[in-house]
Structures are given as structure tokens and as C-alpha cells.
Design a protein around this ligand. Structure first.
Ligand code: B12
Length: 247
């Protein structure tokens, strides 16, 4: 591996070319951009110019990465099948670089005290991938002291996507990385309030995902999969795949 192979543009194009084929998007950010937003306990322990990427699964991930992963019977059954598929995809990125260069943190990884290791919504916002709408983005504090969870909205997929984790290149510093603001697609205070109300009070009906018009959403199969209780999902996906092989 030459020095050139660890340069920011090579790292960026390698990660993006592997993941975009199978329904993911990756967006670069500097660790410093993330750390300046979060409380100290959530800060990531790297120099501020360290290059990192947020990984987003688009609606196509289910058909392009998940079903083929299950078909290859690569799922061990130890974890949630989607989580296992994400671990597999992240491992493909790690393999492309010398041992220890690419560190990954999944959205589901927790410290022993149950604190999440990374706040993917904040990472997605600072990377310019998806605007993270929080109660403070709504004028006049309509909810008073009630705890309101924030939600990210993607410019193309609205709420029909997930933030899967980050990849950190501990030895790649990129002081000049250009910063892009996330598109503010829910621009009025009243629609932001509607979005946060839907996400906090009626998230099960998924209407928060359609707060803005979208280019693509989850397929019917994918919706059914995520609406199925986790304990029954493995059986469902195996059934879907068997039916497809039959046709
Ligand atoms: C714990 C957790 C839950 C908990 C608690 C929710 C919560 N938000 O705290 C529970 C179990 C309730 C939950 C439920 C759900 N969750 Co959840 N959850 C998480 C998880 C693992 C961690 C969230 C967390 O603890 N945050 C800690 C708090 C303190 O963070 P925070 O409120 O954002 O505060 C930070 C920011 O405000 C930041 N900050 C301060 N100022 C500023 C300014 C700016 C500009 C910015 C950008 C940031 C910033 O600093 C603060 C920290 O110091 C994340 C994945 C992850 N690793 O991030 C998913 C995640 C938030 N969940 C998600 C989803 C979809 C759900 C559900 C709909 C269920 C589902 N999976 O389908 C429900 C709906 C929630 C509801 N209505 O109740 C998605 C949200 C996707 C999106 N579009 O935003 C995430 C991102 C998972 C993913 N893989 O995509 N969840």
C-alpha cells in the first residue's frame, strides 16, 4: 500500500464505490465537525481533522445488499440479520485498507453503560447528508418540558432510509475538506413541528417518513420485513427468498 492509497480522495472513492453498488451512500466529514456539536461524553477520540464517513442505507439496500447476503447464507443467526449484513458490508471496506486503518462504529454499538458509541443523526447532519431536525429547530418551544426526539430527513428519500454507522480513517487527516450544509427540506416551522409530532407520537404509522415528497421508498417486501416483530424476521426473509428461487 503506497502513501497515495491512503490519500483522502482514494479513501473516499474506494468506500463509495464498494457501498454505492449495493444501495448505500457515504458522505465525508471531519471528526471536529461532529465533536463541536455533541456533549463531551459523546465526543469521538480523534484529532479534529480526521477523515470519517457516515454510511446511509437507501431503500435499495434491501434488494441489493440484504437479500443477496441472506441468499449466500452468510447470516450466522447470532445477531439481527440486518445488523449482520451491515457488519459484513463494513468488513468489506476494512479489508480494502491495511489492518487498523479503517475503524467502523455501527449505529447499534453501545458502551457498557448503554450510551451509544456514535450519534449517527448528528454525524449525518454535519456531513451534509440529511438534516437532523430537533425541537430547537421549531420556533416558540411548543412542547414545553416534554422530551422530543429528533429525526433526520434525507433530501431524496425523506424518512425512508437509515443511518448505519461511521467509518473513521484514523491516519487520514483532511484539513481542507469542503463543508456542505444538509439540504433543509423541511423548511417551515409548522412542517417541522408536524414532523416531530409524527415521529414522537405516531412513529409506528411511518407517516413521518413521508413528510416531504420522496423519489423512492421501501418496497412492499421491505416494509413487511420491518413491520414484522424481530423474532419472526429471519423466517419471513427465508420464505421470501425461497419463493423467489422457485419462480
Ligand atoms: C437509543 C435510540 C432509541 C431510543 C431513544 C430515542 C432517542 N433518540 O434518544 C428508543 C428506543 C426510544 C428509539 C426509538 C426509535 N428509534 Co431510535 N435510536 C436510538 C439510537 C441507538 C441512539 C439515540 C440516542 O441515544 N441519542 C442520544 C441523544 C442524547 O442524542 P440527541 O438527542 O441527538 O442529542 C445530541 C444532539 O442534539 C447533538 N447536538 C446538540 N446541538 C446540536 C446542533 C446540531 C446542528 C446538530 C446536528 C447536533 C446537535 O448533541 C446531543 C448530544 O450531546 C439511534 C442510533 C444512533 N446510534 O444514533 C437510533 C435512531 C435515532 N432511531 C431511529 C428510529 C428510526 C427509531 C424508531 C422509529 C424505531 C425504528 N427503529 O424504526 C423509534 C422512534 C422513536 C420514538 N418516536 O420514540 C433512527 C432515526 C432515523 C432518522 N431518520 O432520524 C436512528 C438514527 C437509527 C438508525 N439506524 O437510523 N431509538
Amino acid at each position: 500500500m503506497t502513501e497515495n492509497q491512503m490519500c483522502p480522495s482514494h479513501v473516499s472513492s474506494t468506500a463509495s464505490s464498494i457501498l454505492s453498488k449495493v444501495g448505500f451512500e457515504v458522505y465525508p466529514f471531519k471528526i471536529g465537525w461532529y465533536n463541536e456539536q455533541v456533549q463531551k461524553v459523546f465526543a469521538l477520540p480523534y484529532p479534529e481533522d480526521t477523515l470519517a464517513f457516515i454510511v446511509i442505507s437507501t431503500p435499495e439496500m434491501f434488494e441489493k445488499a440484504f437479500k443477496p447476503f441472506i441468499c449466500r447464507q452468510a447470516c450466522t443467526g447470532v445477531r439481527d440479520p440486518i445488523d449482520e449484513c451491515m457488519m459484513h458490508q463494513f468488513s468489506l471496506i476494512k479489508q480494502e485498507f491495511p489492518e487498523g486503518e479503517a475503524e467502523t462504529i455501527h449505529d447499534f454499538e453501545l458502551h457498557p453503560n448503554r450510551r451509544p458509541k456514535v450519534l449517527v443523526q448528528t454525524a449525518g447532519h454535519v456531513a451534509g447528508a440529511a438534516y437532523y431536525y430537533q425541537a430547537s429547530d421549531v420556533k416558540g418551544n411548543p412542547w414545553g418540558d416534554k422530551k422530543i426526539y429528533g429525526v433526520s430527513v434525507h433530501p431524496k428519500y425523506g424518512g425512508w432510509f437509515a443511518l448505519r454507522g461511521v467509518i473513521i480513517f484514523r491516519n487520514v487527516l483532511h484539513p481542507d475538506l469542503p463543508r456542505k450544509d444538509p439540504p433543509d427540506v423541511v423548511s417551515t416551522s409548522s412542517l417541522r413541528k408536524e414532523l416531530l409530532d409524527r415521529y414522537n407520537n405516531n412513529w409506528q404509522d411511518w407517516s413521518f417518513r413521508d413528510v416531504v415528497p420522496v423519489a423512492l421508498k421501501y418496497s412492499e417486501e421491505q416494509k413487511l420485513y420491518f413491520l414484522t416483530p424481530p423474532k419472526d424476521r429471519k423466517e419471513l426473509i427465508m420464505k421470501i427468498i425461497k419463493q423467489e428461487k422457485f419462480i
